[in-house]
Design a protein around this ligand. Structure first.
Ligand code: GAL
Length: 345
């Protein structure tokens, strides 16, 4: 099980701007604004299914990768104490967009395995928070993800590779980076081409940051322990004016909690915590959401978007997305609620 979550629960239980909605080629209504928490349909009119998502901008096209959550939600016996509901693992979805409002379903980028219970991608196991980066040297797209057993005791980071951003990704393996547990994770590719794996380690108590190998396929032995004992999950990282910023959650399973933020001059630290970046009603529960990714918006250089999940633990398929604008401040950044909002033109 996820011990820290169990402890907590025991304690508390752009570019294209349309002036009015128009129809796209497949007949679904095009979006021209973000509506956090509402059902968000793809260009074919089906709800976008890409949870715990990651994003890639490649040749002017945005790709959104996420956990496909389909079918019945249930609670495995092994997860009953901490409310670890689940759906069968189906794989990683991929959507594409040129404007961040309207997303086309590109199909399953990495499919689960139905018939081999030993395989990491077996439908009965856990595949969460897929993130994709492009390696200029090898011309490969590399996907990192959280791989786990049904009871979350495996705590591995998995990696897959593809020649195309849409996949199919070919699964390579999963490991415990530097022999350390790895659950919630993200990857960050720096301007110099170096890439880093951020992962919740040491039984969800302490985060690690490991430099990836030049081909991005393995964690190297260059790693640091950060936010010691702070139980941070759901890491997302961005860079602004040479500084690194992190947003993360506390460790309470699907239940929302107060977000954390932090800043660093060097990606390997030291990191300085800046507190909860959310402000206003429901800020203490991240507007009923949890961070998945921070996306650089098109246009202005200081334009970033908080991408979060609003999980529905009783019907995971109906979990929603929270996209909110990030406001950079003198000290760090803020995330304020908006019922609807648009990218700046
Ligand atoms: C959360 C985590 C999610 C998922 C969930 C399961 O803490 O951020 O990615 O693992 O727990 O309950």
């Amino acid at each position: 099980m996820k011990p820290s979550a169990s402890l907590f629960l025991a304690l508390s239980t752009a570019t294209l701007f349309l002036s009015s909605p128009v129809s796209n080629s497949q007949g679904a209504e095009a979006q021209n604004e973000f509506k956090p928490g509402e059902i968000w349909n793809d260009t074919a009119g089906a709800p976008i299914n890409a949870h715990g998502g990651g994003f890639l901008l490649h040749n002017g096209v945005y790709y959104w990768y996420g956990e496909l959550k389909i079918g019945k939600t249930w609670t495995p016996e092994s997860n009953r104490s901490w409310g670890g509901t689940r759906v069968e693992t189906v794989g990683v979805s991929c959507y594409s967009s040129s404007n961040l409002y309207n997303w086309k379903n590109e199909g399953v980028a990495l499919a689960a395995v139905k018939d081999d219970p030993k395989h990491d991608l077996y439908k009965g196991k856990v595949l969460e928070r897929p993130k994709v980066i492009y390696n200029e040297t090898t011309s490969k797209f590399v996907m990192w993800m959280h791989i786990d057993s049904e009871n979350y005791k495996l705590a591995h980071a998995g990696v897959a590779v593809s020649d195309s951003p849409k996949g199919p990704f070919h699964y390579i393996e999963s490991t415990r980076p530097n022999d350390s547990m790895s659950r919630d994770m993200t990857v960050f590719k720096d301007d110099d081409g170096k890439a880093y794996l951020f992962y919740t380690s040491e039984n969800n108590q302490t985060m690690h940051i490991a430099l990836l190998s030049k081909d991005y396929l393995k964690p190297t032995s260059t790693f640091v322990r950060v936010f010691e004992g702070r139980s941070m999950e759901a890491p997302s990282v961005f860079k602004y004016k040479g500084r690194y910023y992190l947003m993360a959650s506390g460790c309470t399973g699907w239940a929302p909690n107060a977000a954390r933020s932090a800043v660093a001059e060097n990606i390997m630290g030291p990191w300085k915590e800046l507190g909860n970046p959310c402000i206003g009603p429901e800020a203490e529960i991240t507007y009923r959401g949890q961070s998945a990714y921070i996306l650089k918006a098109p246009g202005k250089t200081d334009s970033f978007i908080f991408v979060g999940d609003r999980w529905n633990p009783h019907n995971l398929q109906d979990s929603r997305y929270l996209w909110l604008p990030i406001q950079m401040t003198e000290k760090g950044f803020e995330v304020r609620w908006h019922d609807t909002w648009k990218l700046e033109e």
